[in-house]
Write a protein of this length. Structure first.
Lengths: 353, 328
């Protein structure tokens, strides 16, 4: 992936630099398994490579959408970028500084990256008042003096559209949408440069989703936030993102400007994923179109060799089962990891289609 | 919805009200719901959480538990009144004339029984058959929903299947006895986009081939529209609008439907603010008087304090004092 990292990080002004990051989850062996192993028995030691050599750059103020199906590693990658989870290999830097120092515990983590999680009911402490939840981090890091906490919390709440008296209440006293506003306020109270949002509207009702998405877009403009927006919801990602990265089974398979990727996907997986999304076409006669991808997601315990997608790909060639495709340029600011979608082949294919 | 049409309806629900009598008050989860489903028809029932869409489904299946009960209204399947049937009578119907698919196939399937045993139980609940016949029919049922190597997979346990495959098993069980009507409650919500598309495609062709009617209950307007020819939109326990899917989506008459359609992130205008419906869905314990959507509605006036009338035009109907005009 080193060549691809070079291709991707052509922009010297990368603010967030994810460089060859991997994360392996190995099973913790039980005592029985360890004894069996010591005695020469066979023990299932298969590890999941949740994220496998991912390199990505985010420019300052940019929103990068990260899409993929469940189990593709997008949340694991988000946690590593947030400095919550240490990578097994590779580094994540924000403005040149690593988000997490390796080695001794407690590890030193950056506060420049903050995260908003999917389920605000699970991510907020049910026994802490909202005001304490929001002030905890800033107090610990000296962002606010104890004497000024009240005003500080009120201002943070106002920014996400909540009343100041919310500070005295508990998470269960809020609706899902309001709780997610609290989670956003807590993240922003740390004055982050980068906000990682992991499925921030997936648990919300349809009519509330639009409220939270509009809030995120407004905050991004006001605070010039750099955002990683993780979602399986392709429509939401398209709506918010400047650029999009598509993940499949631990690897990034395509990156490019959102409009370009959605209008003219190059990687066969991106193409299939976009086609599988039911789309409403409201002009002249409503139609809903979608096209299913063949086959199932392979098990991440034993991903197929070569290109992970080759078994489900309708243009796969013999080499796809053997050689891991490197990232290559497929147009202005676009890269894709596919043996068959360089600039020329893509043109031919689209001509033939 | 003329009388002539509803006379031949496979399912006819009239003024259904299902309330939950809790210590903190009466929750009117379903409050005056009427609709028809014709034989072989796919109807989409959309609404947000708490709109009463699932309780409507459970009421039809006779699965409403205390403290909830059907307080009034009528549910007729093939002309037969279902409200007031005894549990043994309902059991004879469920899985036979009437069946269901739920959201999470991991919790609907029994984790300690093999897939084959579960299918056999579903067959034996309604018919006396030999083990060999049951096994043959089970294998057929699995291969019908696109599970490869079906005969061998009968001996597998649910945890050995992927989410998409488990939902296929649940659908296979629902289709076993060729029901006249299937109620599917968020059946693809737990699945990935690419698997969802597979299931949508398959279920559409299955119900077409078997002539089964399907009520597809979901919060996802787009998925529902991908399947259904008719759309029912629920809000706070009531159907606020119903009609042919294409017409309802293109020219909603109810402001809530309009809001739902507008708040979908379109692929057309990225970056722009989404049209949002202000406020939150109301608490079902404490519904606003009159139209429940009134506090969130831009068109609301003093008139909306009174319950809105049901207006009909052709094949559609809506409940609103100030419906949106149609272009035509």
């Amino acid at each position: 992936m080193n060549a691809s990292a070079a291709a991707n990080s052509a922009s010297a002004d990368a603010f967030v630099r994810v460089d060859g990051v991997s994360r392996v989850f190995a099973p913790r062996l039980s005592l029985g398994d360890r004894i069996a192993g010591a005695l020469g028995g066979t023990v299932d030691r298969r590890a999941v490579r949740a994220v496998d050599g991912v390199s990505l750059d985010l420019a300052r103020g940019e929103v990068l959408g990260l899409v993929g199906e469940s189990g593709c590693g997008k949340s694991t990658l988000g946690r590593m970028i947030s400095g919550i989870l240490p990578p097994s290999a590779g580094t994540v830097r924000v403005a040149g500084e690593p988000v997490m120092t390796a080695g001794h515990r407690p590890r030193k983590r950056t506060t420049r990256v903050q995260m908003v999680f999917q389920d605000p009911y699970a991510s907020l402490d049910p026994r802490m008042r909202i005001g304490d939840t929001i002030a905890e981090g800033p107090l610990a890091h000296g962002i606010v003096k104890r004497a000024a906490v009240g005003e500080f919390v009120a201002a943070e709440l106002a920014r996400v559209g909540l009343e100041a008296d919310a500070a005295r209440r508990f998470p269960h006293q809020f609706s899902g949408g309001q709780r997610q506003r609290v989670a956003i306020a807590r993240a922003l109270a740390m004055r982050p440069d980068v906000l990682v949002c992991d499925e921030p509207v997936a648990s919300l009702d349809v009519s509330i989703q639009a409220q939270v998405l509009n809030l995120l877009m407004r905050l991004r403009r006001e605070l010039s936030l750099t955002m990683l927006f993780i979602s399986h919801h392709l429509g939401v990602v398209r709506h918010l993102s400047d650029r999009v990265a598509v993940m499949y089974l631990g690897r990034v398979v395509e990156v490019g400007p959102a409009a370009a990727v959605y209008d003219d996907p190059r990687h066969p997986y991106t193409r299939a994923l976009l086609a599988s999304l039911p789309k409403l076409i409201l002009e002249d006669g409503v139609a809903v179109t979608f096209q299913a991808i063949e086959g199932e997601l392979p098990s991440p315990l034993s991903p197929p060799p070569g290109c992970h997608f080759h078994q489900r790909c309708n243009i796969a060639q013999p080499q796809c089962a053997q050689i891991v495709p490197a990232m290559r340029s497929v147009g202005a600011g676009r890269i894709a990891a596919c043996h068959l979608c360089g600039d020329e082949t893509a043109t031919i294919r689209r001509g033939a289609a | 919805m003329s009388e002539a049409a509803s006379g031949s309806a496979l399912l006819r629900v009239r003024d259904l009200a299902t309330h939950f009598f809790t210590r903190t008050g009466v929750v009117k989860a379903v409050d005056g719901v009427s609709f028809d489903v014709d034989a072989g028809e796919i109807v989409g029932l959309v609404g947000e959480s708490g709109s009463g869409k699932s309780v409507t489904g459970y009421s039809i299946l006779g699965l409403v538990d205390a403290p909830g009960r059907i307080v009034s209204g009528s549910i007729r399947l093939e002309g037969r009144e279902l409200t007031g049937l005894s549990e043994p009578e309902m059991r004879a119907l469920r899985g036979n004339r009437l069946s269901m698919v739920f959201q999470d196939p991991m919790t609907t399937l029994n984790p300690v029984l093999t897939i084959g045993e579960q299918i056999r139980l579903a067959i034996e609940a309604h018919e006396r058959v030999s083990r060999a016949t049951a096994r043959d029919r089970s294998a057929q049922a699995l291969s019908r929903v696109g599970i490869p190597d079906a005969a061998r997979r009968l001996d597998a346990y649910p945890h050995q299947f992927s989410g998409g495959m488990r939902q296929r098993v649940a659908i296979a069980i629902a289709l076993l006895n060729r029901p006249r009507l299937i109620l599917a409650d968020e059946p693809t919500t737990a699945l990935d986009v690419s698997i969802q598309a597979q299931i949508l495609t398959e279920i559409k062709s299955l119900v077409r081939d078997l002539g089964t009617a399907l009520v597809w209950i979901s919060h996802d307007l787009v998925t529902v529209s991908a399947l259904s020819s008719r759309l029912l939109v629920m809000y706070a326990g009531r159907i606020v609008e119903q009609g042919p899917t294409a017409v309802v989506l293109r020219e909603p008459r109810h402001p809530y439907t309009r809001g739902l359609v507008d708040s979908l992130p379109s692929l057309g205008a990225p970056g722009r603010d989404l049209a949002q419906i202000p406020g939150n869905p109301p608490s079902l314990r404490d519904l606003p008087e009159g139209c429940a959507f009134r506090p969130r509605c831009a068109r609301a006036t003093g008139a909306c304090v009174a319950a809105p009338p049901t207006s009909e035009a052709g094949t559609r109907s809506w409940r609103c004092h100030h419906p949106l005009e149609t272009a035509s």
